[in-house]
Design a protein around this ligand. Sequence first.
Ligand code: UDP
Ligand code: MG
Length: 167
Amino acid sequence: MTKQQTLVLIKPDGMAKFLTGNIITELADTGLILVGSKVVQVTRELAEEHYQHLRDEKFFSELIDYIMGEFHVKRVLALVYQGDNAIEKVRHVVGSTDPEKAEPTSIRGKFGRITKEGVFENVVHASENEKESEREIKLWFRPKELVRTIFPTESKEVKKVEYFWKS
Ligand code: UDP
Ligand code: MG
């Protein structure tokens, strides 16, 4: 058993269909611990960095539009789960990439679809392996946004502007 962490994204189609509750319930059945969570408006820069390994695929530009919410709503829910074999456990409940081929009882099998343009609207992203999960978690989250320190950190002094509610 290896303790792992994995990034899950509830994609814009999952958000538009109000599936966050259903998906988090399914993920809870894995027994993994939720260590981070936030709603994100995905910029083109973040989308292209996240899917950089797919940049030569013919569906890349549509995939970027999809994850940015151009077809649904402009938000995703980013989650980090931790526990034994977290990557495989989550990929199992998530199901295959192609929602038509995914197990009918998996999240993608239940809620995903292929559009007539051929885009896989498969509701969730889940990290594929340890190298990717580390890269993805570091891309989406700052250390302080997670309740556990899962990777080594370093401190840097920065000058920044903070926003407060107007009084
Ligand atoms: N994708 C697609 N068509 C394909 C393959 C992938 O639209 O033929 C999209 C789909 O949204 C998928 C994402 O690109 O989730 C990333 O692809 P990957 O092969 O990494 O699949 P995943 O790891 O998400 O199962
Ligand atoms: Mg992948």
